[in-house]
Ligand binder design. Structure first.
Ligand code: HAM
Length: 404
């Protein structure tokens, strides 16, 4: 038997399928209510796109890409995340030149060659949102409130972690100070952090090594070194969240695993799914459009990990819905098909293609969670009627087929 690849799962059981589609319908409805529209971008992109956006020093690009040379000798890669492709499409369609505000959402599979474990897959699904054209911190707050709304409608509790990563005014000075600090403890830090010191020093702050973490408790904090503009935006963001009853924690070590962020960075975590606790993450990325050769355009967005959320969703009670149609004689089967087709224009309707006895039909209707079991036997066929049983209150009636 050929099995699926390690870290790549089917979403197949009825329960998983219900959870997945429930998530997509809630998240889609919230995103549309916030004025975002659905887009699709390719799963396969040029490798250079991710190298330049997510960053060569990130684990995603450095270690985790599904990268290969295609038959036309192009260096391509399965997308490890959605933002880079959306930015590429935004620039390619010249929306950066058009100006104005552009708000998109998407969902689909992402691929990262990570070591699989609970909550960490090699193929996983994200629901993501990207907003272009607004420098306003109100848009950052709106992103966070959108995630909070989606989680609330799914019945999922969370902790929101917040940080500011500064901008071109304050980050370079901070980076120099941090490098000086790293050099002062360099003989005690792990090999990864030694490498990060020269590639992207702020990434040392979210090193998972406990010894490193203890050392970095004394590291300078960017939050204490923000320039006036970043500081006032961060203060304003906190105030908007407070005004809108969104509770947050400041996490000065939150740097995110992708290099394109500046200013606002946030992560939603759950304490109920084990060590892979991030259920959504995002932030502002004002330099990325320009970095990918577009006109400078401020932008902010987030993505949610659907598999991690599926474990946490509080599903609504399953309720009976729609019609089940069945015939007790062969001659009535064609009629049953026609009635089912008519009903499907407005209602959920399923039918059985074979003539069966009443008991078998009632059992089938129960299995598909129908609200009504509708049967045509020889009497009904003769009289132009149909027998209907309400499977919730158990009442029965016979009505003319036209009245259905
Ligand atoms: P990210 O934090 O890398 O951000 O991923 C977002 C979410 O995807 C995570 O919070 C997590 O729930 C889920 N996720 C990530 N890796 C895995 C995995 N291996 N298995 C299962 N779930 C996973 C981004 O991807 C950015 N593009 C978000 C963004 C959009 N920032 C701005 N716009």
């Amino acid at each position: 038997m050929i099995a699926s690849l390690r870290g790549m799962n089917d979403i197949l059981s009825e329960e998983e399928s219900r959870r997945f589609t429930h998530f997509i319908s809630i998240a889609t409805s919230v995103a549309q209510r916030y004025g975002f529209h659905y887009i699709e971008t390719p799963l396969l992109e040029e490798t250079a796109l991710f190298k330049r956006s997510v960053g060569e020093s990130s684990d995603i690009v450095g270690k985790e890409m599904y990268q290969f040379i295609d038959k036309g000798e192009n260096d391509v890669c399965l997308r490890p995340e959605g933002t880079a492709g959306v930015v590429r499409a935004f620039i390619q369609k010249k929306l950066d030149r058009a100006g104005g505000i552009h708000r998109f959402f998407y969902h689909g599979p992402m691929f990262r060659y990570e070591r699989p474990q609970k909550g960490r897959l090699r193929e996983f699904h994200q629901f993501g949102v990207e907003s272009f054209g607004l420098e306003s911190v109100y848009e950052d707050a709106t992103m966070i409130m959108m995630v909070a709304d989606i989680l609330k409608e799914l019945g999922i509790g969370y902790r929101l972690q917040l940080n500011s990563l500064g901008d071109n005014n304050c980050m370079p000075q901070y980076r120099d100070n941090l490098v000086a600090f790293i050099e002062s403890v360099e003989d005690k830090i792990c090999e990864d952090c030694k490498r990060r010191k020269s590639t992207n020093p702020i990434r040392v702050l979210d090193c998972k090594n406990e010894r490193c973490q203890t050392l970095y408790e004394n590291a300078p904090k960017l939050i204490n070194a923000l320039c006036d503009g970043c500081q006032s935006d961060f203060d304003k963001l906190k105030k908007i969240l407070e005004d809108n009853n969104i509770t947050y924690e400041i996490d000065t070590n939150l740097v995110r695993g992708l290099d394109y962020y500046s200013k606002t960075a946030f992560e939603f975590v759950s304490d109920n799914i084990g060590s892979q606790s991030a259920i959504a993450g995002g932030g502002r990325y004002d330099r990325l459009v320009e970095f990918l050769d577009g006109r400078p355009t401020p932008a902010v967005g987030f993505a949610m990990g659907i598999e991690r959320l599926m474990e946490l969703i509080v599903m609504p009670e399953e309720s009976r819905e729609g019609y089940y149609f069945g015939a007790m004689d062969e001659e009535a089967v064609d009629l049953i098909i026609a009635i089912t087709q008519k009903q499907r224009k407005t209602e959920k309707a399923t039918c059985e293609y074979r003539a069966r006895n009443l008991k078998a039909h009632l059992k089938n209707a129960d299995k598909v969670d129908a609200m009504y079991c509708c049967i045509i036997g020889s009497n009904e066929l003769e009289n132009g009627t149909i027998w209907i049983k309400d499977l919730v209150n158990k009442s029965e009636k016979t009505v003319s087929i036209e009245a259905l």
